[in-house]
Design a binder for this molecule. Sequence first.
Ligand code: ARG
Length: 277
Amino acid sequence: MTITESSAVPVRTATKRTVLMCRPEFFTVVYRINPWMDPALPTDTALAVRQWETLYQTYLDLGFDVKLIDPIDGLPDMVYAANGGFVIDNIAYGASFTHEQRQPEGPAYMDWFRENGFDVRDPQNINEGEGDFLLVGGRILAGTGFRSASNSHEEIAGIYGREVVTLNLVNPSFYHLDTAIAVLDDTNIAYLESAFDEASLVKLRELFPDAILATEEDAAVLGLNSYSDGYNIVIASRAKDFERQLRERGYNPIGVDLSELLLGGGGVKCCTLELRS
Ligand code: ARG
């Protein structure tokens, strides 16, 4: 008897993405605004740049259109471009950062959006952009608990006219939604159950009954902080179980090592802001 296991694996489709990134020329850890950061530990900025270049090259190899924003001296977290805003339908909702150390990044990103032809909306509420807002198909998943305020969820519902699902984050190590959920395509996600409260888990289970459930080990290397084009999924190379699960489901995981940027509490997705026109 022949078992044609592969026939059960769905065919996935990649679509070309346009993303914004920021080279970590001024990356370091000099303050602590999440549990990953320890200013007493040394950082190697040149290594951070080299690792980031690998991610950048991976996106170019996938055929992505990668835009760059100039890094600013004195803003060491600016490399985490996902926090710079949220962009759908050419409308860029600006970020308004929780911690004063990152606040100047909000206007810097908004200037870039304006100069590059986006319709910029000045935020009325604290929010950290695509760190806490994830588009899955037509729906926006929105995180709160540590950074983005829940009234920013109402604000984006009004701006984009889409359904917004509020999810409460409960573990300080997974302080942004993009550290606890990976968007795989228009209908599928992966997530870390222990990062959410019970009410949020009820919503996630109902909306995504076939979701991949990540292991604590993979989440602990920010394995979920990944970026997908619908088929190719760029992930932390150390997230081995996640890699296996993605492969089983017909995706093509591509591992990169961003160990230096992990010292700031960020990974692949944090370095990536999708620009949707
Ligand atoms: N050090 C940064 C902060 O705590 C890391 C941001 C990570 N970004 C993300 N999208 N999860 O704000």
